[in-house]
Design a protein around this ligand. Structure first.
Ligand code: SAM
Length: 282
């Protein structure tokens, strides 16, 4: 079952939260003069044209990145993210949006490596078009990312970020995330892991952060951006979250500044809000 296409959602509020945190973590890793790897279990196409095809259909970016595009009061971590999107749109018009691999490649030192998994044949082909020309730096696999990471953890430099961003169309993805993290921590206990998840009124979603808090990592961070109140009929995504294991110690302070700003800019009703929680030795 592979009907999910990320292009429909490119640049929406969930991408803003995810990519902003991804860039903040990679910027942190890049501060030390030591190599690291970026591993993306669900890479998508790599980059998206916003005015064409699926992305133009619902134009979800209009309530995401587009709301930040013209602002001159961006907090530094939001500005670092918007700068990456600007690099893709050098003439100043918002027409292209970077996926998670593109965000990573934009901020990582050239010597650091990317390992990207994507299962959908069409998105994998697009990913190859976007990244196939950098074989020394980037390896792509059309494979199940939950399984694929087992073979590459720990990465040789023993530093890195693993981004896990499944579609959750298949309810089993919730359990796959927990299992992949358990396995990952056994192989690479000091790695930084970031999991994206949708905020839905579904039992599996409510359980996920509880399950993730129980994992044997030294520390964790949960950040959720709720752009609207949960709907009365119980359907629909009212926001999204990022759960990190072993996050940078600097991230809580960054998000204390960023999340209220995102609520103000991306909130769709008066109930827009955020959650920021940490645990372990953070
Ligand atoms: N991480 C991307 C980004 O932020 O730009 C978006 C990824 S999208 C939410 C999820 C992607 O995972 C889809 O492109 C889908 O085809 C792919 N996919 C679904 N199941 C997968 C699996 N088991 N392993 C690898 N890719 C998978």
């Amino acid at each position: 079952m592979l009907s999910y296409r990320h292009a429909f959602h490119a640049g929406n509020h969930a991408d803003v939260l995810k990519h902003l945190i991804e860039i903040a973590v990679l910027d942190y890793l890049g501060q030390k003069d030591k190599p690291y790897w970026y591993i993306d279990t669900h890479a998508g196409a790599g980059g998206y044209a916003l005015h064409e095809g699926y992305a133009a259909k619902n134009a979800e970016y209009l309530s995401g990145i587009a709301r930040l595009w013209e602002r001159s009061d961006l907090p530094p971590a939001v500005a670092a993210y918007v700068d990456v999107v600007r690099e893709m749109n050098p003439d100043g018009e918002l027409r292209f949006y970077p996926g998670s691999p593109w965000c990573a490649a934009a901020v990582m030192p050239q010597s650091d490596k990317l390992r990207l998994f994507e299962l959908h044949p069409t998105d994998f082909q697009l990913l190859e078009q976007n990244f196939g020309g950098q074989p020394r730096r980037t390896q792509l696999q059309q494979a199940n990312g939950f399984e694929g990471i087992k073979a590459i953890l720990p990465p040789p430099p023993r530093r890195g970020l693993v981004l896990i961003d499944p579609p959750y169309e298949d309810k089993r993805d919730y359990q796959h995330v927990v299992t992949a993290l358990k396995e990952g921590l056994k192989r690479f206990a000091t790695g930084i892991y970031a999991v994206w998840y949708p905020c839905l009124q579904r039992a599996e979603m409510k359980e996920l952060p509880k399950e993730l808090k129980k994992l044997p990592a030294k520390s964790w961070l949960r950040a959720e951006l709720h752009v609207q109140a949960p709907s009365a009929d119980g359907f629909g995504m009212y926001g999204s979250g990022m759960f990190l294991l072993n996050p940078p110690w600097t991230l809580p302070a960054t998000l204390k500044e960023v999340l209220p700003y995102l609520v103000e800019q991306l909130g769709q009703d008066a109930k827009a809000s955020f959650i920021l929680e940490t645990g372990g030795d953070l």
